[in-house]
Design a protein around this ligand. Structure first.
Ligand SMILES: Nc1ncnc2c1ncn2[C@@H]1O[C@H](COP(=O)(O)OP(=O)(O)O)[C@@H](O)[C@H]1O
Ligand SMILES: [Mg+2]
Length: 416
């Protein structure tokens, strides 16, 4: 009969113990007389059996850990995900892409220099002179780099489409735009949302065997206060609640069911308009606030079949606050004491993403330290899929902020 790997390890260990006992007995008992020799042999056997017991404990804990890896990880919160074919907990790196926008009118009029070069589809490099380059890292490599002439369609197709559409298969997904104010986050996320909605409805058309329900909610987090973008009456500070089934939920957050793609686009339009109302009322709100549009996609197979019958998952489309808010946290004490300038959610997200990208070695992940990461907890890490689009201004005057964004992107990739 063939022995399994742990059985072989056990047999080897027992053999080793017997050899050790005999070696110790013959090498250590030469100077002992009759009774003392027996006593010595007895002590060696007792000692060996104790060591053996701890060895078996070790083997069984290894076995338990091996078995644990095969247990499907649940993806609670937001909706619980059911993955086709039964998921195996697998660490997936975060997809990180970079988009460099063209110089805007103002930058062109000011005759701004270009600071960055998209060397190829994966590499972006700092342009200035070799002397300046010597002191800095000059090129950065990502899953994909999109230059100033790239269209949003390409950013979607080559960068995030697979992540977005995994929500149709019951896997929670999150797409972020990260970058300094005016680098192109909102411009990019609008286009990505539009393309994702097109693809979702195309998939529905191509899947007549399934019934789909799409629900949408929209919220804004400003200064750690949560506001419903589909219900302006509900105030500016909605509470977060811990639901044993769903994880963190936003109390009283409106969730509308879209009757078709036109209706869904209309509801997304309401969320965007609401965010802009906030912008004029509270000066530069949009650069300090995070917007989450969450599409929850549920589908059921119409007829009995052997395959998984229903999927539910959410796709989170996140337009983050300007990343200059994150770097302010490295400013001097005076700035730190101002408090309201520090964006807790952005800071915590940066830590969470860094830890997720490192994988199992990272230890505790502080999801609960901010509203943004609490709300997104179950759509990040674990079985969920994440894509980050880092947007950059090409202008030399924005070099520092762009470089900070590239450092963030590098950490998100788990490269350092
Ligand atoms: N890739 C791009 N191509 C052309 N114009 C862009 C691009 N990205 C951003 N813009 C323009 O730059 C300006 C700032 O972009 P926006 O998305 O509002 O930045 P952010 O949301 O990061 O503050 C807008 O007028 C937008 O239309
Ligand atoms: Mg914006």
């Amino acid at each position: 009969m063939m022995k399994s790997e742990p059985q072989k390890r056990n047999a080897l260990a027992v053999g080793n113990q017997i050899q050790i006992v005999f070696y110790r007995f013959f090498s250590g008992s030469a100077c002992l007389s009759g009774d003392l020799r027996f006593l010595y042999l007895f002590a060696l056997i007792v000692f060996a059996s104790k060591t053996e017991r701890s060895h078996f404990l070790l083997v069984s804990s290894v076995r338990e850990a091996e078995a644990g890896e095969l247990t499907p990880a649940t993806t609670p919160g937001g909706p619980k995900a059911t993955t086709p074919g039964g998921p195996k907990a697998k660490e997936e790196k975060i997809v990180v892409t970079v988009r460099l926008r063209p110089l805007n009118k103002k930058e062109q009029l000011a005759k701004e220099q270009l600071a960055w070069d998209c060397v190829d589809d994966h590499t972006i490099a700092f342009k200035p002179s070799p002397q300046e380059r010597a002191t800095q890292p000059t090129s950065f490599v990502f899953d994909k780099v999109f230059g100033p002439s790239s269209i949003t369609e390409a950013v979607y197709e080559d960068g995030v489409k697979n992540v977005a559409l995994s929500a149709l298969m019951g896997i929670n997904a999150t797409i972020f735009a990260y970058g300094q104010t005016s680098s192109g986050k909102t411009y990019t996320m609008r286009g990505i949302t539009e393309k994702a909605v097109n693809d979702i409805y195309q998939h529905i058309l191509n899947s007549p065997e399934r019934d789909f329900t799409i629900r949408i909610s929209g919220l804004e987090i400003y200064n750690e206060n949560v506001r419903d973008l589909l219900n302006s009456e509900s105030g500016r500070n909605l509470k977060l609640l811990d639901d044993p089934e769903k994880g963190t939920v936003v109390e009283k957050l409106v969730e509308e069911t879209a009757s078709n793609d036109q209706h869904l686009r209309h509801l997304i339009g309401i969320c965007e308009a609401q965010r802009q109302v906030g912008e004029t009322a509270l000066n530069d709100t949009s650069s300090r606030s995070h917007q989450i549009i969450r599409l929850t996609i549920e589908s059921t197979l119409r007829e009995n079949s052997d395959c998984v019958r229903s999927f539910v998952a959410s796709l989170n489309l996140v337009d983050l606050a300007g990343s200059e808010r994150a770097s302010q946290t490295h400013a001097d004490g005076a700035r730190l004491r101002e408090g309201c300038h520090i964006n807790l959610s952005l800071m915590t997200l940066t830590t969470v993403i860094r830890k997720l990208s490192v994988g199992k070695r990272s230890g505790h992940i502080p999801y609960r330290d901010s509203k943004l990461t609490r709300i997104l907890q179950h759509s990040l890490g674990g079985n969920a899929r994440t894509a980050i689009i880092c947007t950059l201004s090409p202008a030399l005057s924005h070099f520092e902020q762009s470089r900070n964004t590239l450092y963030f992107a590098t950490r998100a990739k788990g490269s350092n």
